[in-house]
Design a binder for this molecule. Sequence first.
Ligand SMILES: [Zn+2]
Length: 64
Amino acid sequence: MTEVQPTSRDYMIPEGCPVCAADLPVRVTSAGPNGVCKHCGWFGRPLVTVTHRGLRITYEGAQA
Ligand SMILES: [Zn+2]
């Protein structure tokens, strides 16, 4: 029981930015996921949902 779990994780969603379609780095913390595009500056909360057709990425709180 000496292992320490990190409280945040970083992911990269290929072409995950809904604005410019650049790769979107996402940090997942205890507060939830947060994605910030380094290319255009867009930020939001990407939600990755598993469907029978594969992974589906939706965005919350940032309606264009
Ligand atoms: Zn972008």
